[in-house]
Design a binder for this molecule. Structure first.
Ligand code: CP3
Length: 342
């Protein structure tokens, strides 16, 4: 079995598995060249192109896992949100959710509307072979709700937070609709061949822990609990230091943490789950010595305990040199193997 899947199960491994969020993206010249010709959403919806981007990136950097090239906003799009990715700007939703009636008019998700995603997964599996596992994914319930309500990206998530406080029954209905859709979407990805699935609830840290615990986490937990038993699953979010004790019970086998917390402190708060993280993506803009020093520190904080998957605290930044990414992947593999050799 691959070191990535072994680590998801907290089994001892010969070296620490490493992959990077956004490992296929704008830091790669071939990706930028492809994007000159193909708009982002078309790329996500064209199975052979999405699969090629996924497989080529994982192979080029030598990652221990591939993540499907897609986006979390495809699912709200399949539920009636008019999602756009204007060139050079963040995503926008033209018909944001602002009332209880807007929640009611979101369509129930049918997997047939994202058949292109599952086809891309089948093509990825054929291209990757048995050696490199594939991670499928979706957005977490809070992050999807935030995009739907805000109508796009937000730094404070104020519209989403005030919707939660001001319309508790509509919020609950929205969470239930999203959780049902997420469960179907992730299960369809697993059926198509995804070896593991990941929920990106990137902005859940915007909520007070009490609200997160009562208004979001039960829905997240229901999604993870609906997956086929034994399927490795990852929950990721940023700025969740105050939420870790709650996240320990989210039902995922792995919790991904960002770079705003020490890995060992996070692991202590989480208890017996696997952990993924957590190098600051900005470190990859520095020289090799600096990359080595910071990657070593994370390996030290993991302390050789089974169940660590090396990753960044968030996605690879577009300015990152490809050579630095490859250097990091090789370094983590060799250094973690060296540390395990008596
Ligand atoms: O990790 C991966 O490489 C897998 C593919 C993936 C993408 N987006 C590709 C993408 C994944 C897992 C996502 C998740 C995603 N998408 C999140 C949660 C994770 C996170 O980054 O916090 C969010 C919030 C989105 C929504 C989204 N998509 C935003 C805010 C943006 C614009 C910001 C940006 O980086 O440009 C996107 C676009 C996007 N998604 C790109 C990629 C490679 C860049 C598109 C381009 O080519 O211009």
């Amino acid at each position: 079995m691959s070191v990535f899947l072994q680590a998801c199960r907290r089994e001892p491994v010969e070296c620490t598995p490493v992959w990077l969020m956004r490992q296929a993206g704008r830091y790669m010249p071939q990706y930028r060249a492809l994007r000159e010709r193909v708009p982002f959403l078309d790329l996500c919806r064209t199975p052979d192109l999405a699969a090629k981007v996924t497989v080529d990136a994982a192979r080029e950097i030598g990652a221990d896992a591939a993540i499907l090239f897609s986006d979390i906003l495809l699912l709200p799009g399949a539920m009636g949100a008019q999602v756009e990715f204007p060139e050079g700007g963040g995503p926008a939703i033209r018909n944001p959710v602002r009332t209880e009636a807007d929640v009611a008019s979101l369509l129930p998700f049918e997997t047939g509307s994202l058949a292109c995603v599952y086809e891309a997964i089948r093509l990825c599996k054929a291209g990757l072979g048995a050696g490199i596992p594939l991670i499928g994914f979706a957005g977490g319930p809070f992050t999807l709700a935030s995009y739907l309500i805000e109508g796009g990206g937000s730094t404070d998530h104020l519209a989403a937070r005030s919707f939660l406080y001001g319309n508790p029954s509509a919020w609950r209905a929205l969470m239930e609709k999203l959780a049902a859709a997420l469960s179907l979407h992730l299960r369809a990805q697993i059926e198509a061949g995804a070896d593991a699935v990941m929920l990106f609830d990137s902005w859940a840290g915007a909520l007070p822990p009490q609200e997160y615990r009562t208004q979001v986490l039960p829905h997240t937990r229901r999604v993870f609990e609906s997956l086929p038993p034994g399927t490795p699953s990852i929950h990721f979010g940023t700025q969740l230091a105050g939420h870790l004790r709650d996240l320990a019970g989210c039902g995922a086998s792995v919790v991904g943490v960002d770079h705003r917390i020490d890995l060992d402190a996070a692991w202590e708060a989480l208890g017996p789950v696997a952990i993924q993280g957590n190098l600051d993506p900005a470190v990859l803009l520095a020289d090799r010595q600096t990359i080595e020093r910071h990657a070593s520190e994370i390996l030290s904080r993991a302390g050789g305990r089974p169940g660590h998957i090396f990753n960044l605290g968030h996605g690879v930044l577009p300015r990152t040199p490809v050579e630095s990414v490859k250097f990091l992947v090789d370094f983590v593999r060799e250094e973690s193997r060296r540390r395990r050799t008596p």
